[in-house]
Design a protein around this ligand. Sequence first.
Ligand SMILES: Nc1ncnc2c1ncn2[C@@H]1O[C@H](COP(=O)(O)OP(=O)(O)OP(=O)(O)O)[C@@H](O)[C@H]1O
Ligand SMILES: [Mg+2]
Length: 438
Amino acid sequence: MPGERLLVVDDDPGSLSYMSLALEQAGYSVRRATDGLSALVAIEGEPPALVVSDLQMPGMNGLDLLESIKQRWPQVLVIVTTVEEEVATIVEVVQRGAMNYLVKPVSPAVLRSAAAKALAHGATRTPAPLDACVPEMVGVSPAIVRVRQAVALASRSDVNVIVVGETGTGKELAARALHRLSSLAGGPFIPHNCAVTPPEMFDSEFFGHRRGAFTGADRDRAGILREAHGGVLFLDELECLGLANQAKLLRVLDDGEIRPVGSETSRPVSVRFVAATNRPPQAMLASRELREDLYYRLRGFQIEVPPLRDRSEDIVPLTDHILGGSRAGLTARAREALQICHWPGNIRQLRNVLRSANTVAGGGPIDIRHLDLSDCGQPETPRLSSTLPSGPLSPRTLHGVERQAIEHALRMHNGNLSRAAEALGIHRSTLRRKLREP
Ligand SMILES: Nc1ncnc2c1ncn2[C@@H]1O[C@H](COP(=O)(O)OP(=O)(O)OP(=O)(O)O)[C@@H](O)[C@H]1O
Ligand SMILES: [Mg+2]
C-alpha cells in the first residue's frame, strides 16, 4: 500500500539508491541505511512496515540483522536481497523469518511486486511452514523437510534446477511438485529420459524435424523443446546425455532458440529445465562426463534427495501413505524389519514390497512373514533388542551374543525355525546354517 514506511539496507550505494528510488516511485515512504547497525538504529526510531535488506554486508550482515529484527520487532516484515542462490542460504533466510528473497540484480518491477505482496500477506499472515505446500513428498525426517523447503523455494524463481538422488528417491515427484507450484504451472511438464534417445536421434528428438528431412521422417515433428515451450522440460538421467549433445543443449540454453532438422529457420523457445541425475554432479565433472558450462547453466538450484536408508523415520508415514491409510497397518515386527533394510530401490521399492505384502496379507495387518525383503538389502544381523532377554549379556564375544539370541528366539517360538528366523530378521536358511556352525 503506497504511503507505507519502508527501510532499504545495502552497503553498495548504487544498489541502495536504485532500489530506494524504485520503491519511492511506487509511492512508498523510504528510508535508507548502509549497514546493519544503522538499520537497527533507524528501526528503533520508527519501525517500518517492511525492511528490504542486502544479505552480504560488512559488519552486521543481513542474516544477523534479520535475526535481530525478528527478535525485537516480529511484526516488521523483511525481504532479503542476495547475489547468492545457494539453497542452504536461502532456506536459512526463509527459516529465520524473511517473507521472501530476491536474487540481485532485482528489476524495479520485481522489487515493487515483492514489496506489495509482502505487505498484503503480512497483514493477514498466519505463518505456515514453508514446506507445507509440497504435501505429496511424504515424510517427517529433517532431510525430507529440507527437500520440501528446497522445492518450495525453487518454485518461487524461474532458474533451472538439478535434482540429485538415487533411483526411486522421488526426483521426478520433486520436479513435478516444483512445476505445480511455479508460475509455469499452466504450461506443460514434459518428461524426457536421456537414456532412451540414441545419441544420433538427439537433434530430431529435441529440435524436431521437417517432413522429409531424413528417411523415415514422414511428417513434421515439433521436438520436445518446442513441446515444453512455456513450461518445464524434465531431463531425467542427465548422466546418459553424451558430451556432443550436451554442447547442443548448452547452445539452446544460451540462445533460447531451436532449428528443426531440415528447416531453414530458427524458432525461439522459452523452457525451464529441471534435470535429474542419480550420480553426484561433482563426480561427473571430475571425470569429464558432464560439461562444466552446462552444469552451471542447469544448476540455478541443486536439490539433493537423500536415500531412504538415511531417513528411516519416514518409513512409517510412507507406509501409511502407500497403504492408503488402511488401518490394518503393520505389526511391530514388520515395521522394525522395514526400518533396518538398506532399500537400494528406495521409495519405489518400498511401495512395491508393501503392495505385494498387502495382497499376501489379504487386507489384514502386514506381518514380517508377508514381506518379501529378499532384494531390500536386509542386514542379516539379529535385532538384539527384540530377541534377547532384557538382563545383562553374559557372553563376551559377538559369536556368543549371536548364539544367545538364537537360543532365545528358538525358546520363544518353541523350536519353530521359521518363526525364530523371522524374529531374528534373518532367513530360515541362514538360521539353519548358523545352527550347524560349531
Ligand atoms: N516422499 C515421497 N512421498 C510419497 N511418495 C514418494 C516419495 N518419494 C518418492 N515417492 C514415490 O516413489 C516412486 C518413485 O519416485 P520417482 O519416480 O519420483 O523417483 P526417481 O528419483 O525419479 O527415480 P528414478 O531415478 O528411478 O527415475 C513414485 O511412485 C513416487 O510417487
Ligand atoms: Mg525418475
